[in-house]
Design a protein around this ligand. Structure first.
Ligand SMILES: Cc1ncc(C[n+]2csc(CCOP(=O)(O)OP(=O)(O)O)c2C)c(N)n1
Ligand SMILES: [Mg+2]
Length: 886
């Protein structure tokens, strides 16, 4: 509901005058106090005052309150102009010969926003400062390269290899730590992930600080994002966490160039106002940087508020259009709406009107916003900067709907660009689009160096390692390597909790462990850790917990170790990512264990898991109660038969589906060694289950092959006049395989060797790399994959069964000598008992037996009638619908 028209202007003026005199005599804060009192009084007296989340469409910081930049504006302008040109040149040059794409318009709109940061705000890590962390907007990457080139950190050859990385020495399209491990820290180009990860990065920094692990004083996290990017639910989804946690170490900069890829972001509205409302409502400090300094004098003259009114009533579609036209158009269509406004600009030329700049292009306004943001305490800050997409591209794309993908500019546009930014490029060279460099003895180069020295040095520099940790030997987990004993049944989830308990108590690495849960601790039997480790909370615990009288009460603590993220897998994953990269961003290796419902892992937050690979995360993900038939009762949305398949798509994610406690211990111990001792940039996905069963002792010497993905669990008798089969099983289905082997022996006199396959994914990777090596080294003695090595010389067909889709076990087919049959759980899950589900999905001991018999009959070892009889004997209906599609 809008405001009523003014029915008594004189009364209004009296109130305004009163307010003015308070501001003059007692200051803005007193005025604020009185206004809040008035509003409170009005509400108590029964007046309905709707909440207004937005303020006028002008800059938040009034002109008189702007902090002035100490820098040289003229020098910075020249540097920025060079950076602009080079950023554009690298895209144009890359596309002249090769058609590799690239973006000009995004950075063109954001150049000032970055430049002010490089020159005045962003600390590199050095002795006195831990370093700021900057999430560069993905499509602005050419700007970061251009800046690094100008300051001498990247070569011309590298710039010319923009987006041409296959031959080495190239520059990645977007920020990718995997591809440029010494340069980029944060992958941001999947829109929405940058803002989300930045929030949790800021929170994790507070966690490290309050646990006394890292000195985080004065460090800030800056996250740059597009206004279109704010459409993503991930961009806004965690903003209330940031204010709830008082993340005053976090600054968002939203580049509001009013456009996204196809066209306007909010053609019929105003993105800045919409975002202001959302962020203010969520409790953020909001700084709007809408108008540049050239507007100051006009706004000062706007005593009746008509200019402000016009600014407010214009929608973004118009604002965009104005900047695609010229001064005359703006005069007619913006100022022309009201005669008084036309009068206001009557003595300005069309060029003067055209020069009326936007806040995000004005270094003074941007500096003032940043200076205010870094000093703000108690809240995160968002800077909403209004800019022009394709700024400087002129007729080639400035503020045009096509500009996002424009990667060509003709001579006329290049000349206009040159003129606009005062660049010195001869006419006969302009079509070469040469890179501009600064002489080492130029004032600009000296300025850049001096600025960076004052801020701790080179900015784009990623640390690739930290001090290695001393990992406990496997013997530390001895209790898990022994047989659990008669009647002592337990699940692999319980085994995991025991391992975690051993780790948190370890003198060397205990404090580095970061257990992360998304409201599922009780599901996984981890509630014992609440009291023992404490749940981290910046506020401690302000209440007496309901279960305070219990041994394992719900304990929140300022020095807690557990991160309890609530029902929030994406947030928990972002915390995990922050912890898993602490070696790089904080110089300390943290060991995060995020345990989640496996269905709500890769399937739900797969893109973050991909970014985690790019970001070279080191840590453990645990898919709890995994498998399609092991988590009984929960049904279609919970029973996971494919997370391992998704895990296999991430090149540096190492995944295992262990069946026994000792397998889990071996895998985790080796994971710790590889990640935190050897500092390999890999992370682990391990599935654990809630099915209770006895755990055998580890077969002697099995460790190496457990890690390779497959080991001989037990060997059948070697009776040469009997049939043989090789049975492969994984996870809990291994136990069905073991039962099937017993049935085969007892009922059909078939001998089976049993193989526990801890990772079909790892087996395939190793086998493929062996095949590749053999192809490329044809004259050398062929290498043998682990699968082949295990199965060579073994008698009989091979049958594999898992609790995952058939393709999971099928992926090693090429390397299995002889006949290979695969059972798995394709199709939608459903609720029932494990027994019935395993029958339904045809992975139980009876189906495994039938599959083995059928394979033997195909090899002429037994008759097909015998297979038929087995089917009847086990009560299997041959006409049962196929579970894969039922
Ligand atoms: C998750 C995701 N969806 C789609 C894209 C493709 N995409 C790249 S840039 C872009 C438009 C970006 O607009 P905006 O955020 O306003 O950035 P600007 O370039 O205007 O600064 C889109 C849709 C992407 N990178 N990530
Ligand atoms: Mg945009």
């Amino acid at each position: 509901m809008g405001l009523q028209p003014d029915i008594d202007p004189q009364e209004t003026q009296e109130w305004l005058d009163a307010l003015d005199s308070v501001i003059v005599s007692a200051g803005g804060e007193r005025a604020h106090f009185l206004l809040e009192k008035l509003i409170e009084k009005a509400r108590r007296s029964g007046a309905y005052l709707p909440y207004s989340a937005t303020t006028a469409y002008i800059n938040t910081i009034p002109t008189g309150k702007e902090e002035r930049s100490p820098g040289s504006n003229a020098i910075e302008h020249r540097i920025r102009s060079y950076v602009r040109w080079n950023a554009m040149a690298m895209v144009l040059r890359a596309n002249r010969n090769t058609n590799v794409g690239g973006h000009i318009a995004s950075f063109a709109s954001a150049a000032t926003l970055y430049d002010v940061g490089y020159n005045h705000f962003w600390h590199a890590p050095c002795e006195t400062h831990g370093g700021d962390l900057v999430y560069v907007q993905g499509h602005s990457s050419p700007g970061a390269y251009a800046y690094a080139f100008l300051s001498g950190e990247l070569s011309q050859e590298q710039l010319d290899n923009f987006r041409q990385e296959a031959g080495g020495n190239g520059l990645s399209s977007y920020p990718h730590p995997w591809l440029m491990p010494n340069f980029w820290q944060f992958p941001t180009v999947s829109m929405g992930l940058g803002p989300l990860m930045a929030i949790y990065q800021a929170r994790f920094m507070k966690y490290l600080g309050s646990r006394g692990l890292v000195n985080t004083d004065g460090r800030k996290i800056w996250a740059f994002m597009g206004d279109g990017e704010m459409d993503e639910p991930e961009s806004l989804g965690a903003i209330s966490l940031a204010s709830r946690e008082s993340l005053d170490n976090l600054i968002f900069v939203v580049n509001c160039n009013l456009q996204r890829l196809d066209g306007p972001v909010r053609g019929n509205g105003k993105i800045i106002q919409e975002l202001e409302g959302a962020f203010r409502g969520a409790g953020w400090n909001v700084i709007k940087v809408i108008w540049g300094s050239y507007w100051d004098s006009l706004l000062a003259k706007d005593t009746k508020g008509l200019l402000q009114k016009r600014m407010m009533e214009c929608v973004d579609g118009e604002y965009q259009n104005f900047k695609a036209r010229d001064g005359a158009y703006v005069r007619e269509h913006f100022f022309g709406k009201y005669p008084e406004l036309l009068e206001m600009v009557a003595n300005m030329s069309d060029d003067d009107i055209w020069r009326l700049n936007r806040g995000g292009h004005d270094p003074y306004k941007v500096y003032a916003a940043y200076a205010t943001a870094v000093k703000h305490t108690g809240q995160p800050t968002v800077i909403l900067a209004k800019t022009i997409k394709g700024y400087g591209m002129g007729e080639a794309g400035e503020a045009q709907n096509i500009t996002h993908q424009q990667k060509k500019m003709g001579t006329t546009s290049l000349k206009a660009f040159r003129k606009r930014f005062g660049l010195d490029i001869p006419d006969d060279k302009i079509d070469e689009i040469p890179y501009l460099t600064l002489a080492k003895d130029s004032p600009e180069f000296a300025y850049m160096q001096e600025r960076r020295q004052a801020l701790g040095g080179t900015f784009h520099r990623r640390k690739t390692s930290a001090q290695a940790l001393q990992i406990p030997p496997l013997s530390a987990f001895e209790s898990l390597l022994k047989a659990s004993g008669e009647g002592r049944e337990s699940s692999t989830t319980m085994a995991f909790v025991r391992i975690l308990n051993i780790l948190v108590k370890d003198k060397q690495i205990g404090k580095h462990i970061v257990p992360i849960v998304a409201d599922e601790s009780r599901t996984f039997g981890m509630e014992g850790m609440f009291r023992q480790l404490g749940i981290w909370s910046s506020m401690g615990q302000l209440y007496t917990p309901q279960d305070a009288d219990q041994l394992m009460y719900y304990k929140e603590d300022k020095h807690g170790q557990i991160l309890q993220e609530g029902i929030n897998e994406a947030g928990a994953m972002s915390s995990w990512i922050a912890a898993a990269t602490a070696y790089s961003t904080h110089g300390i290796q943290m060991i995060p264990f995020f345990i989640f419902y496996s269905m709500f892992g890769f399937q739900r937050i797969g893109d973050l898991a991909w970014a985690a690979g790019d970001m070279r995360c080191r840590g453990f993900l645990l898919g709890g109660t995994a498998g399609r038939t092991t988590l009984n009762g929960e049904g279609l949305q919970h029973e996971d038969g494919h997370s391992h398949i998704v895990a296999s798509t991430i090149p540096n994610c190492v995944s295992y589906d262990p069946a026994f406690a000792y397998e889990l211990a071996v895998i985790i111990q080796d994971g710790l060694r590889r990640m935190y001792q050897e500092q390999e940039d890999i992370y682990y996905y391990i599935t654990v289950m809630n099915e209770n069963y006895p755990h055998p002792e580890m077969p002697v010497g099995a460790e190496k092959n457990i890690l390779k993905g497959m080991y001989l669990f037990s060997e059948g008798s070697k009776n040469s006049n009997k049939s043989h089969v090789q049975l492969l099983g994984a996870g809990t289905i291994l136990r069905e395989v073991i039962a099937a082997a017993a049935m085969l022996k007892k009922e059909y006199h078939v001998n089976a060797d049993i193989w526990s396959v801890t990772s079909f994914n790892e087996l395939r990777r190793e086998a493929l790399s062996v095949t590749r090596w053999n192809m490329l080294h044809p004259a050398q003695p062929a290498k043998v994959s682990h699968v082949e090595d295990c199965l060579k010389g073994r008698e009989g067909p091979v049958v594999a069964a898992t609790d995952y889709m058939k393709i999971y076990a099928d992926q090693i087919r090429e390397f299995v000598p002889g006949r290979y049959r695969v059972l798995g759980t394709d199709g939608f899950g459903r609720s029932d008992t494990r027994e019935k589900l395993r029958h339904f999905f045809e992975v139980d001991r009876f189906y495994i037996t039938v599959a083995a018999l059928k394979a033997l009959s195909e090899e002429g070892k037994i008759s097909s009638q015998q297979v038929d009889q087995a089917i009847q004997k086990y009560g299997i209906d041959p006409e049962k619908p196929n579970p894969a599609i039922s």
